[in-house]
Design a protein around this ligand. Structure first.
Ligand SMILES: NC(=O)c1ccc[n+]([C@@H]2O[C@H](COP(=O)([O-])OP(=O)(O)OC[C@H]3O[C@@H](n4cnc5c(N)ncnc54)[C@H](O)[C@@H]3O)[C@@H](O)[C@H]2O)c1
Ligand SMILES: O=c1ccn([C@@H]2O[C@H](COP(=O)(O)OP(=O)(O)O[C@H]3O[C@H](CO)[C@@H](O)[C@H](O)[C@H]3O)[C@@H](O)[C@H]2O)c(=O)[nH]1
Length: 432
């Protein structure tokens, strides 16, 4: 089925990907945003975020007349069949999801939504939000559907077009089926359920992933203390199909715009219904400890003195393949190092054009060798592919102290050893 007209509200990672991908599937899509400058750029086919294939899809959609961008939502929804809400739901004070943007759009459009239209939450929203929106919109002729999104930043287009599953929930079966039909060409397994269950799937999945990572980071620490090797341990675990190889890489802790806020939000949801959730609490607190652990590793690598030490940082984004610094563990480690008096010089391939949200103590430079220059230690915080192939002899010449702390186990310790460098990883025996 091809919808006559789809409106996507919010043109961030999720909204822009949704709009461009649905247009590429043949739907007619209007994307709206409050940011007039962004709308003007997107209308010219200019995409600021770093997402492979997204700019091309946007340009193709515009050229085919299937994709347009407008400011404000009220006019845009006037003849919509389906309206996707893709606005932010950040962590509010107290940890719960802040639904101000979702509710503000719902209020903006409630009176102008055409009869028979479906209002869809694609933003990550707590269980009960669809029910709350039904009350807020107060239109028996408009159905509310939950259709959570599972794409990852850095592979957003690929993930949207090749989903592991589509989840659609509504208390109006027909509306859920209409939304599911938009994705029919993707051939993905589809879970049709009620709204509360669909909303829960999203949190349950993200919190499970976060728990898997906190667990693997704890096992890595144990490996370090017991002389076992986390790379071999996770490989051995991962062949068990019930566990799987994915999401088993230890690191400086998990971050990004989703896992931290979603774990905090589920904890709040649980509290609200008097459910004690020590497992999720431990997942979160172990993650905070992981960042401290990385700082302790760097301190040890610098001979126990961080105050006044110059430290080079490789990577600041929350993972490779994105320019996103939101809740980045790398930035948090940098902050903690700066608080201990370290002087920080950082290079990140995703931030070549600069970055707005860096702690003032971090100086951003344009190449990795400048980050290494005169440093007491070099610390890899984000797993960019190009870090593997640095000229390590040159790095060794630039460094003041011959040590690399690899918080992602991303580098080949033997290559570094041959360049005369000491390597310190996570959950593995130090080399050199
Ligand atoms: N980023 C991800 O990888 C990802 C994946 C799955 C789900 N999500 C969820 O999707 C939602 C959006 O996340 P994002 O990362 O795309 O956010 P984002 O910050 O990248 O983009 C949000 C966009 O919404 C716009 N906006 C804000 N208020 C608006 C309003 N009232 N009307 C119209 N536009 C408005 C902003 O200008 C911005 O362009 C969140 O709930 C998030 O949890 C994100
Ligand atoms: O083996 C791993 C995998 C990930 N990470 C870290 O975990 C965090 C999250 O990574 P990832 O899940 O790839 O990033 P996101 O793009 O934030 O995607 C998550 O959050 C999105 C927003 O809800 C969901 O849609 C995705 O399914 C979910 O994977 C990052 O700091 C990664 O470095 C590790 O440390 N080790």
């Amino acid at each position: 089925m091809f919808a006559r007209r789809i409106v996507v509200v919010g043109t961030g990672y999720v909204g822009l990907t949704t709009g461009a991908c649905l247009a590429s599937l043949g739907h007619r899509v209007v994307c709206s945003d409050v940011n007039a400058e962004k709308v003007a750029e997107l209308s010219r086919g200019e995409v600021r975020i770093h997402e492979p294939g997204l700019a091309e899809l946007v340009q193709e959609g515009i050229a085919a007349g299937r994709l347009e961008f407008v400011v404000g939502s009220a006019d845009a929804v006037a003849d919509a069949e389906v309206v996707f809400l893709c606005v932010p739901t950040p962590m509010g004070s107290g940890g719960g999801a802040d639904l101000a943007a979702v509710e503000s759009v719902a209020r903006e459009v409630r009176e102008v939504l055409p009869s028979g239209c479906v209002l869809v939450t694609k933003s990550t929203v707590p269980v009960g939000t669809a029910a709350r929106l039904r009350e807020l919109v107060d239109r028996p002729d408009v159905a509310v559907v939950s259709n959570p999104e599972f794409l990852r930043e850095g592979s957003a287009v690929h993930d949207f077009l090749n989903p592991d599953r589509i989840v659609v929930g509504s208390d109006t079966q027909d509306a859920a089926e209409r939304v599911a039909a938009l994705y029919a060409r993707l051939g993905a397994p589809t879970v049709l359920t009620d709204a509360a269950s669909a909303e829960m799937v999203k949190y349950a999945a993200n919190c499970f992933l976060a728990t898997k990572l906190s667990y693997v980071n704890a096992i890595a620490e144990l490996c370090e203390r017991l002389g076992a090797d986390i790379a071999d341990v996770t490989e051995g675990m991962g062949y068990d199909r019930r566990i799987g190889q994915a999401f088993l890489q230890p690191g400086p802790g998990w971050g990004g715009s989703c896992l931290p806020k979603d774990t905090a939000a589920l904890l709040r949801v649980a509290e609200a219904v008097d459910f004690d959730f020590p497992l999720l609490q431990a997942t979160i607190s172990a993650n905070a400890r992981q960042r401290e652990r990385m700082v302790a590793k760097v301190e040890q690598a610098c001979g126990g003195v961080l105050d006044g030490a110059r430290i080079g940082l490789l990577g600041l984004t929350f993972k490779a393949g994105t320019d996103d610094l939101r809740d980045s563990p790398a930035v948090e480690v940098a902050r903690l190092l700066a608080a201990r008096g370290a002087e920080l010089v950082a290079f990140d391939p995703g931030l070549r054009g600069g970055a707005a949200a860096l702690p003032p103590e971090v100086t951003l430079v344009d190449d990795p060798y400048q980050a290494a220059k005169g440093a007491a230690a070099l610390v890899l915080l984000t797993e960019w592919q190009e870090f593997r192939t640095l000229d390590w002899n040159r790095v060794a010449q630039e460094l003041d102290g011959p040590v690399v702390v690899d918080t992602r186990n991303h580098l080949d310790p033997d290559v570094l050893r041959r360049a005369g460098l000491r390597w310190r990883g996570v959950g593995r025996t130090p080399v050199g």
